[in-house]
Unconditional design. Structure first.
Length: 348
């Protein structure tokens, strides 16, 4: 072993000399002006900003009349304004034929990306294939098609499982309740209904004490959900729970339960994008017992991230598709906080 005289002081002198040499070597590659005084341009910034100039995003939701579509657009528009690209909005207003026309018109306008909602598993399939052939990237939000494209949104089968687990905890073994449950679906051919129902029934199959006394479609309509639930309650006054597939529809089911004014509680569980009026306020006033939130704020952030990646990368439109499932948050009256739900001002 070699011993050094001077101990720690030797190492300190060596480090000082090494640092001085490194700085001297670095100075040969830096501008003559002081870096400390002038700073340095980030060489990646200009190419990043240039990637978005002149680019266009098409946006086709179900309708611009409800919170999900408004929240996604608000988040998208904020980023578009910051980065300088354009968003073209086409509003089908719940009409699938109008939506098909809007998609075809957008294809003719050749945006770089189309962000859209599938009304059901089949309706847009041929149009999506046509869009991809035209060189347009496709990003589905919350609802899938049989034609695979990139997907951002809820894992509906998991959502259905969580709703069913909640109902089992309130109406299943050991609760001394009837176990009777009603299911209120949306459009039967929609991914949100088909996949969600599978999750629900998988859980109920493991809990035979649960009896599904009604399983009907309200076609995403609150009035129909109210009518269905009202009839089920008249036929089954000992009903224990209602599983709904979307808050915009299930507000009707929740209202019917409150109007019935039964002695025992009927637990209404639903899901949605977590808007304050549709989620937290309805939990607080007892319309819903539990709410599965796929927070629109997070979804808008995911949409924007995918837009930035696709516009910068110049990836081929027929690349392998990817999914970004939305984290699910279970809200109840007891667990909601001031930040649990969103309002439009959150996107300003």
């Amino acid at each position: 072993m070699i011993a050094f005289s001077g101990g720690i002081s030797f190492y300190r002198r060596a480090l000082t000399l090494g640092a001085a040499a490194a700085i001297a070597g670095l100075s040969a590659f830096l501008p003559a002006k002081s870096v400390r005084a002038e700073g340095l341009d980030d060489p990646t910034l200009a190419p990043y900003l240039e990637a978005f100039k002149g680019k266009t995003i098409g946006y086709v939701p179900f309708s611009m009349s409800f919170d999900l579509a408004k929240g996604w657009l608000a988040g998208m528009q904020k980023q578009a304004d910051e980065l300088g690209y354009k968003i073209i909005v086409r509003d089908p207003n719940w009409n699938t034929d109008v939506g098909s026309q809007a998609m075809n018109q957008l294809i003719n306008e050749k945006p770089d990306i189309i962000v859209y909602m599938n009304p059901d598993l089949q309706s847009y399939a041929k149009i999506l294939k046509k869009a991809q052939a035209a060189g347009i990237h496709l990003v589905a939000v919350n609802l899938k098609s049989v034609f695979p494209t990139h997907y951002i949104g809820e894992d509906w089968q998991l959502n259905g499982k969580e709703e069913a687990k909640y109902i089992v905890s309130k109406c299943g073994k050991g609760t001394n309740r009837s176990g009777k449950v009603a299911i209120v679906q949306g459009i039967l051919t929609s991914a949100a209904s088909a996949y969600q129902l599978k999750g629900v029934m998988d859980v109920f199959a493991e809990n035979p004490e649960i009896k599904v006394v009604s399983n009907q479609s309200a076609n995403w309509d609150a009035g129909k959900a109210h009518e269905i639930t009202q009839t089920v309650l008249q036929q089954n006054p000992d009903l224990c729970g209602v599983i709904g597939f979307w808050d915009g529809m299930d507000i009707g089911a929740g209202a019917a339960v409150k109007e019935a004014n039964l002695k025992e509680p009927v637990y209404v569980v639903t899901s949605g994008g977590g808007a304050k009026e549709a989620a937290c306020d309805k939990l607080a006033d007892g319309t819903y017992s539990a709410y599965m939130s796929y927070d629109v704020r997070g979804q808008a952030r995911d949409i924007n991230t995918v837009i930035k990646v696709l516009l910068q990368s110049e990836l081929p439109v027929d690349m392998k598709t990817f999914s970004l499932p939305t984290p699910l948050t279970i809200l109840t009256k007891e667990t909601i906080t001031p930040s649990s739900c969103w309002v439009m001002d959150d996107f300003k």
